[in-house]
Design a binder for this molecule. Structure first.
Ligand code: AMP
Ligand code: ZN
Length: 489
């Protein structure tokens, strides 16, 4: 078995990944805040999540994946300042927060589907489950009780305190294995640089962060709690949902680089402050997608590229998926239309090859020479998810098959595609169906001609050929009508 290695932000090293429980991996990834469309930078983060999950599966792991949907509590600053992002949009659009969250959640799911990103099953589609499901896409607003329970533990441990404006985490008191800053390796002042800190008069330190917010009557979403009506801070949702479904110590937690200094530091502190157990074993972070002149693509920047922009430019969304593969997840990736068009060429090359595969190559074992490519692909994945190399190997495999005029590589290519996930098996099926349709059409026309010429022998022979393709034929007054034969796919 090949070891799988990944860069752990906690240790700043590429480490061999060993899950806690055999072949089971518990994985929590920070999901979207649903108040605006997801921009291509966000989608890069989710392509990364999907790729990591698929690479782990390629290595035989059973991945239990939890992703949250932030539909309350994320303020316009990552620290406790500004308005709730969902409510801000709700006011601007004259909708309820629930309607805003639903609209952008649906849009997020649609974009993920177009990028062939597999999301965990939506909690709203899971009914009657007795035990918590292994994988789930879950909303903050459906887990308020879990958050309250966690905050109670923190307060009981003396790490949270209650004031008129909320319940806060006391960062000075929390020492943990090395206090705040274990992940970011920054002082509190450095972690909060550029953030507008809420100097709430009743906070012990400006660095303390809200677990529960009180006395904000203008806030639309409010719940009862032991401390009074209010709403949760942003960070607590991730700890509460991760623990609810995956346990107190999880194997992998991911998010974008921007989450390291505030969101993930706070998640560690409050989780470990509640349980006394290590929260995350491997923290992994994706780098940014940047626009022109290297500027980070962000929602606060105003105009940002979205997937619909590519569709409008007649570019297959999967070209964006392939563009993401062309860069290491830890490297910045520059976005521009030329780069996506170059990726679209590679996509076309792989699709074209798949469509042209002869039946003999699909039925047969792969050529012996393809085995070396599988090794190289696997090595690249296991080397800190080196997708540019893995993708190059995939393209080389096809180039070599063309050069040798030996197309017996389908099984290898299809296995690679379980990770790259361009839907090549679907492409193959579609091309076969088109070929069958064309053949069926030809046979029907020939049979009609035979009938007109009263050549019933030939007409019957053609009927049998049509039936062999899986179709039943009935001659009616309006002409021949065909239906699928029972038992055929
Ligand atoms: P948000 O919806 O703002 O909470 O962000 C969702 C995810 O996208 C988080 O994991 C962010 O770290 C990530 N993210 C935000 N902007 C970018 C970007 N330009 N490139 C890559 N990832 C990003
Ligand atoms: Zn999170």
């Amino acid at each position: 078995m090949k070891p799988f290695s990944i860069y752990n932000t906690l240790t700043r090293k590429v480490e061999e990944f060993v899950p806690r429980h055999g072949r089971i991996v518990t994985y929590y990834s920070c999901g979207p805040t649903v108040y605006l469309p997801q921009h291509l930078g966000n989608l890069r983060a989710y392509v990364f999540v999907d790729t990591l999950k698929r690479a782990l599966r390629f290595n035989g792991y059973d991945v239990r994946h939890v992703m949250n949907i932030t539909d309350v509590g994320h303020l316009t600053s990552d620290a406790d300042a500004g308005e709730d992002k969902i409510e801000k949009t709700a006011r601007a659009e004259g909708k309820s927060p629930l309607a805003v969250a639903k609209y952008y959640t649906d849009q997020f799911k649609r974009d993920c589907a177009r990028l062939r990103i597999e999301l965990p099953p939506d909690e709203e589609s899971i009914t009657g489950a007795v035990r918590p499901p292994a994988s789930i896409l879950c909303r903050a607003t459906n887990h308020i009780a879990d958050m309250i329970g966690l905050i109670e533990r923190i307060v009981r441990n003396g790490l949270g305190y209650v004031t008129a404006s909320g319940v806060y985490f006391d960062v000075e008191k929390w020492r943990g294995p090395s206090g705040m800053g274990r992940l970011s390796r920054q002082s509190l002042t450095e972690q909060h640089a550029g953030q507008r800190l809420e100097h709430s008069a009743d906070k012990r330190s400006p660095h303390d962060f809200a677990l529960w917010v009180l006395n904000q009557p203008h806030h639309l979403m409010q719940w009862d709690s032991p401390w009074g009506r209010g709403y949760p801070g942003w960070h607590i949702e991730c700890s509460a949902m991760a623990m609810r479904y995956l346990g107190e110590t999880i194997d992998i937690h991911s998010g974008g680089l921007d989450h390291i200094p505030v969101h993930h530091e706070n998640e560690i502190a409050q989780s470990e402050g509640a349980t006394g157990q290590p929260f995350v074993r491997y923290f992994v972070h994706n780098a940014f997608l940047v626009g022109m002149e290297g500027a980070k693509i962000s929602k606060s920047a105003g105009r940002f590229p979205v997937l619909d922009d590519l569709v409008a430019a007649a570019i297959d969304p999967l070209a964006f998926r392939l563009l993401c593969f062309g860069a290491k997840y830890r490297s910045e990736l520059a976005f521009n239309l030329d780069a996506v068009r170059a990726a679209a060429k590679n996509l076309g090359y792989l699709q074209e090859f798949t469509r042209s595969l002869p039946e003999s190559a699909i039925g047969a074992d792969d050529a012996a020479w393809a085995a070396e490519y599988r090794e190289r692909f696997h090595d690249a994945l296991n080397n800190d998810l080196n997708t540019p190399v893995a993708l190059a190997v995939m393209l080389e495999l096809v180039a070599e098959a063309n050069r040798r005029q030996d197309p017996r590589v389908w099984h290898t290519l299809n296995d690679f595609d379980q990770v790259v996930n361009l839907g090549l098996a679907h492409e193959l099926r579609a091309s076969r169906e088109e070929a069958t349709d064309a053949r069926l059409q030809g046979l029907l026309e020939q049979r009609e001609a035979a009938r007109q010429a009263r050549d019933y022998q030939r007409s019957d022979d053609l009927r049998r050929e049509i039936e062999a393709l899986g179709w039943e034929i009935k001659d009616t007054k309006e002409g021949p009508r065909i239906t699928r034969r029972r038992g055929t796919p």
